[in-house]
Design a protein around this ligand. Structure first.
Ligand code: ADP
Length: 225
């Protein structure tokens, strides 16, 4: 669903990414690594249409993102669940309401989806915290809530930006196993991380491809894990 063809990006005049070619295979699991500032977040934003390339094309479902209108892009973005680095929530709403927000925003009946919502909260281990407010959650709980919110619309692709950046090792492992489970269900997963220990730990859970972004270009980092 996502393909880079000679894609690049510059903020202002300074080139950051250039000539990237990559087709993300449906149902595969990718890690995106590289030093801080290499452009991982920027590349993820290109992949979910938040940014449009300043060079080449990013094809979303076969069409260049630059040619898509707002409505077409919005439709495609519903098929991509994003876990942002800072995972922000509406602090006056409960975790359950925050996770349900994409349903509410897209005009779906949250009442009808209640069983699904509760099952999802259970799956990420947050059923006992469903009525808590976001500021009451630990870092690991916030990340799992953000993952639940990202997948409530049943996307084909899950993109996570440094999802384990601020959480301890045990929680990182737990989040990783949830992402691996989603991949086993057929979802394409793309995770930006500079945590090599996490990538090594993934070896026993999932067959992942590792891409390294450095010096503005993207390379496969070794064979499959
Ligand atoms: P990474 O995720 O690998 O740390 P980023 O994609 O966040 O890299 O950032 C890559 C570079 O682009 C950094 O030097 C950053 O300062 C710069 N950058 C990111 N966002 C913007 C922006 N909105 N405007 C200008 N420069 C930016």
């Amino acid at each position: 669903m996502i393909e880079l063809r000679g894609a690049g990006y510059s903020y202002g005049g300074t080139g950051l990414l250039a000539g990237l070619d990559m087709a993300f295979a449906a149902g595969s699991f990718y890690f995106l690594t590289g030093p801080s500032g290499a452009g991982k977040t920027t590349l993820l934003k290109l992949c979910y249409g938040e940014l449009k390339p300043t060079m080449g094309d990013v094809l979303l479902d076969g069409r260049p993102s630059a040619s898509l209108g707002r409505d077409q892009l919005a439709m495609l973005r519903r098929r991509v669940g994003v876990v942002h680095q800072d995972c922000q929530f509406l602090d006056h709403l409960s975790i359950r309401e925050n996770v349900a927000l994409p349903l509410t925003v897209s005009g779906q009946d949250v009442g009808a989806a209640a069983a699904n919502l509760d099952q999802l909260l259970g799956w990420v281990g947050l059923a006992p915290r469903a009525n808590a407010l976001p500021p009451e959650l630990s870092g690991g709980e916030r990340q799992r809530a953000a993952l639940a919110r990202a997948i409530i619309m049943d996307p084909d692709v899950i993109i996570a930006d440094e999802p384990t950046g601020n959480i301890d090792w045990e929680m990182s492992q737990r989040l990783l196993s949830l992402l691996a489970e989603l991949n086993k269900l057929g979802k394409t997963v793309l995770v930006a991380t500079h945590d090599m220990a996490l990538i090594r730990a993934a070896k026993s859970l999932v067959s992942a491809r590792v891409l390294r972004l450095a010096g503005g270009t993207l390379q496969a980092a070794g064979a499959e894990l």
